[in-house]
Design a protein around this ligand. Structure first.
Ligand code: NAD
Length: 435
């Protein structure tokens, strides 16, 4: 089947390559010429495990092409929309890119053999699909909403072997049936793996995505609130999380206290969800303000802890920051806690140096004013304090006896180090909600 994917960022590029991998002919479209040139040459514009090889393989095989020219999609039967929905100034999702993508796409519809479908994958406010359906129908196609649940750093695996597929379908029974049948054909190899496929209306499908992300954010902020209580009482949040996580109603995942969540999804999706419910005249999500406030506090807490550990004044003091990406195995620094903490320490006068195996090279290009070290050893050499901010394996596995800091202070922003190993090597260890 011929497929187009509009928007080739972290979601779209991986989706395009994955669809080619399962045998479709795919054209990826983006307005970013630089990104398209890289992708068309089979080169990944970002770091994502397993993606490079899959991209190169499918470009080479001729199943996967990339363009900035929307007319190239006219004979595709399926059009995935994966453009960004960033946070607008009032917290709500900025729909400019989704609307622009539809404006560019819809005039080229209708040359495929058989009915065409437009498949929404971007994370959008509830009510979006209902509001755009008529435009899609007028262009001769059918709209279906298929929210994406991939996790960066597991994006390929999550696209090819998802936990579940959610289809939001039209109220019109015929459109619903046809769009579902075509999307089933697209995902045939994934459905053969017994992947649960849930069919629902548009608003429910939109809500599944944002409510899942809000729930995950809530879990993280919950354990971070416990970390604050542990800090105040001398308790240990890692033991607490282990003990409550053994209750399978609670579960262990997303219960690691630290400097909180970041990235291109959780922070903006929780705020957009809250903004949307306020527009609907509901206050059901007032508690999300606390969840976001707890998350913001964690960043400040880590910076304050470093300043306090260094005697209250960090002016001119070298501080090593291990990690810039919002999580390991990606170079994505969108809303990264590390970057905020770096800014806070820099504003306080510290001489910061950052290292990150994937985001470091990106940072060097984007922010030549920020000192970036190639390795943790190089960053820590001569530093008066070290903060672990992204839990890359190579940071977790550092042997503290091999480092040459000026001061043996380590702040473990992800509770990922073994405190005893560092203490035994003479370091003063500060965890998040544990000593
Ligand atoms: P991104 O910023 O990496 O990519 C968006 C891409 O859309 C960019 O390459 C941009 O140039 C392109 N674009 C913007 N306007 C366009 C237009 N008019 N026509 C064609 N291309 C256009 O964002 P992302 O992380 O890939 O996220 C995309 C959407 O997917 C968002 O709604 C996000 O919330 C959702 N999502 C992301 C993830 C994730 O882990 N990144 C997971 C699930 C859902």
């Amino acid at each position: 089947m011929k497929i187009s994917v509009i928007g080739c960022g972290y979601l779209g590029a991986v989706h395009a390559a994955s669809m080619a991998e399962i045998g479709h002919t795919v054209v990826g479209v983006d307005v970013d010429e630089e990104k398209i040139a890289l992708l068309a040459a089979g080169k990944a514009p970002f770091v994502e495990p397993e993606f490079d090889e899959m991209l190169a393989r499918n470009v080479e095989a001729g199943r996967l092409t990339f363009t900035t020219d929307f007319s190239q999609v006219s004979d595709a039967q399926v059009h995935f929309i994966g453009v960004g929905t960033p946070q607008g100034p009032d917290g709500s999702a900025d729909m400019t890119y989704v609307n622009a993508a539809l404006d560019s796409l819809l005039p080229h519809m209708g040359q495929a053999d058989g009915p065409s479908i437009v498949v929404g994958k971007s994370t959008v406010p509830v009510g979006t699909a209902d509001s755009i359906e008529q435009r899609v129908v007028d262009a001769g196609a059918i709209l279906i909403w298929n929210p994406e649940f991939l996790r960066e750093s597991f994006a390929v695996q999550d696209t090819l072997r998802p936990d579940r597929l959610v289809y939001g379908v039209s109220k019109d029974a015929e459109r619903a049936e046809v769009s579902q049948r075509i999307l089933d054909e697209v995902y045939a190899t994934i459905l053969e793996l017994d992947t649960p496929r849930l069919i629902m209306d548009f608003p429910t499908a939109e809500l599944v995505k944002v409510s899942a992300n809000s729930f995950l954010a809530m879990k993280i902020s919950y354990i971070n609130a416990m970390a604050e209580i542990c800090d105040a009482t001398g308790a240990d949040v890692t033991m607490l999380a282990e003990a409550i996580g053994l209750d399978d109603r609670i579960g262990k995942k997303f219960l690691r206290a630290g400097i909180g969540y970041g990235g291109g999804c959780l922070p903006k999706d929780t705020r957009a969800f809250q903004a949307r419910t306020e527009q609907l005249g509901l206050n059901s999500l007032d508690f999300m303000s606390d969840i976001n406030a707890i998350n913001d506090r964690r960043r400040k807490h880590a910076a304050d802890l470093a300043i306090e550990a260094l005697g209250g004044d960090v002016t001119g003091k070298r501080i090593a920051l291990l990690g810039a990406a919002f999580k390991p195995n990606t170079d994505d620094m969108r809303n990264s806690p590390s970057i905020d903490i770096a800014k806070m320490l820099r504003d306080a006068g510290a001489d910061i140096v950052i290292t990150d195996p994937a985001a470091g090279p990106v940072l060097k290009v984007r922010r030549p004013d920020v000192p970036v070290a190639d390795t943790a050893h190089e960053a820590i050499k001569g530093a008066e304090a070290t903060l672990l901010l992204t839990e890359w394996d190579e940071f977790k596995n550092l042997d503290p006896t091999t480092l040459e800091p000026a001061g043996k202070i380590v702040i473990d922003g992800r509770n990922s180090l073994d405190p005893d190993t560092w203490k035994n090597a003479g370091w003063t260890y500060y965890g998040m909600g544990r000593n």
